[in-house]
Design a protein around this ligand. Structure first.
Ligand SMILES: [Zn+2]
Length: 494
């Protein structure tokens, strides 16, 4: 799956190198799945593409709309729905000037941008990478990062590692580590997130609890070794405190969502209805998609994947960590009528995600492009994230006797670029927002029938939310493996 992607990405990188535009300026992008949806009647001309083009790239020629017209219609529609203007993020990128090289940009572009989106919204030269507010036409400059002819041997973590004395009993003294235990826990949140597994004997494991217990063990250990540790939450409640599940305003989040869907097929198709004015706006007002993103069903996504993850990203950013670990456990496929049951086949493996592999509709907001540019032009963070993830996956597989998940045997690994056994680039909602050295770890498959048996024993106790919770010696082994890998990495990264 990932190999052809890399090949395409390599070509994309090469096109970028020679400054070629690899798309026609009046192309727009569509979602292949969306062709059969009921929007197609709105834009018959838009479906006039050859199967070859579709195979090559999921894009089609818009019905005579030039890119600037697409841009101005998009802005008009966003204004119609009261979507607020995005802030200017230029200053956020100032510290990245002169860190990345042209060679580095080309190498990283193929991993961050396998769909070759960079050329749509940015120009890159050996001197700089610059983004624009308007796609394709690229007449309105936005953000800018200067490149360097040479890579400086620098980065906060490298500076830290250089000062560590061998045999120091507190080798992490001065190191800042952020831990984010994935999800929430407890009955109410487990029902909402769906992140729990029950076997037929009545044993239940909550991923949120496993994540939190693992992270609390790690916090204790890292602190003992001298590190300053931030944990995004020490209870099973969400990190977001200003908004609750009940009072979350769907309309506010729908505006954010609408901006992020401006590159989607349905949105681009509707733009063809008419120039800015009542006809265009009413087509959007009546569209199924606009109604959908404003519907009650979206509360789940808006609270769990937006509000709460944004809150996590914010506390981590304010902490300025040298290293961030995001702790999760994965699941394998279950029987159709038993979605919270044990996996139907034995598969147990570790993997870690680093930022990257943005797909075609994931750069529609200015914030997305700011984040993308940040990942592209911070070579130390990237290099460190990959090296840390490799160490972690190696350590987990060695200590726990599980394999490395490279996406062949597990599901849901589309949209990834494989960076080696068990290390994958993927544009996950949280890791796209985090800068600096980080690893998004999927420690094990906790619904694997054999693994589940190892995780259920009540070997130890831990107080969470003033309640006694239990954990197994298997969980201690996971913490051991993560601790060893992190310490080894933090003290030797050069
Ligand atoms: Zn998870």
């Amino acid at each position: 799956m990932t190999k052809p992607k890399l090949t395409l990405a390599f070509v994309a990188g090469a096109l970028l190198l020679f400054g070629l535009q690899s798309f026609a300026t009046d192309d727009i992008i569509i979602d292949e799945d969306a062709i059969s949806d009921d929007q197609s009647h709105l834009a018959p001309a838009a479906l006039n593409f050859s199967s070859f083009e579709l195979f090559e790239k999921p894009r089609f020629v818009n019905a005579g709309l030039n890119p600037l017209e697409i841009y101005s219609r998009t802005q008009a529609v966003l204004k119609h729905f009261g979507v607020p203007d995005e802030p200017d993020f230029s200053n956020d990128l100032a510290s990245l000037n002169g860190r990345q090289t042209w060679t580095g940009v080309q190498a990283l572009a193929s991993i961050l941008d396998p769909d070759d989106q960079l050329t749509r919204f940015a120009t890159a030269t050996p001197q700089s990478v610059a983004t624009f507010k308007d796609y394709d036409s690229k007449t309105m400059p936005d953000m800018h990062v200067a490149l360097s002819p040479i890579l400086h041997d620098d980065g906060p973590l490298k500076r830290f590692a250089a000062t560590v004395h061998p045999n120091d009993p507190r080798p992490l003294k001065g190191l800042r580590i952020a831990l984010d235990p994935g999800h929430m826990g407890g009955d109410t949140w487990d029902q909402r997130t769906g992140k729990y597994i029950t076997d037929h004997k009545g044993h239940t494991l909550s991923e949120g609890v496993l994540n939190l217990q693992t992270s609390l063990l790690l916090k204790q250990r890292f602190e003992k070794l001298g590190a300053t540790v931030l944990i995004t939450h020490e209870t099973l409640a969400p990190v977001e405190k200003n908004i609750t599940w009940e009072n979350l305003n769907i309309a506010t989040f729908a505006k954010q969502k609408l901006r992020e869907e401006t590159l989607d097929h349905w949105f681009q198709s509707l733009l063809q209805v008419a120039p800015p004015g009542p006809a265009l706006f009413s087509a959007f007002d009546m569209s199924k998609q606009v109604q959908h993103i404003n519907a009650e069903i979206m509360r789940w996504e808006y609270f769990i994947l937006r509000a709460d993850l944004q809150a996590r990203a914010k506390v981590i950013e304010q902490f300025h960590p040298h290293i961030t670990l995001i702790i999760h456990y994965d699941v394998g496929p279950t029987a159709p009528k038993d979605s919270h049951g044990l996996s139907i086949k034995h598969f147990d493996a570790a993997k870690a995600y680093v930022p990257g592999s943005y797909i075609w509709n994931e750069l529609s907001s200015r914030e997305d492009r700011r984040n993308f540019l940040h990942h592209l032009t911070d070579p130390y963070a990237w290099e460190g994230s990959v090296a840390l993830s490799q160490k972690i996956v190696q350590s987990l597989t060695r200590h726990l006797g599980v394999s490395r998940d490279s996406g062949i045997d597990s599901r849901a690994l589309s949209n990834t670029v494989n960076l080696g056994p068990g290390v994958l680039a993927r544009n996950l909602a949280l890791n796209s927002k985090l800068f600096g050295v980080m690893s998004y770890v999927e420690c094990l498959f906790y619904n694997d029938p054999i693994e589940f048996q190892k995780l259920i024993p009540h070997d130890f106790t831990m107080q969470i939310d003033s309640q006694t919770t239990y954990y197994s010696s298997r969980l201690v082994e996971v913490a051991d493996a993560l601790e060893k890998a992190t310490v080894e990495f933090a003290t030797t990264f050069r």
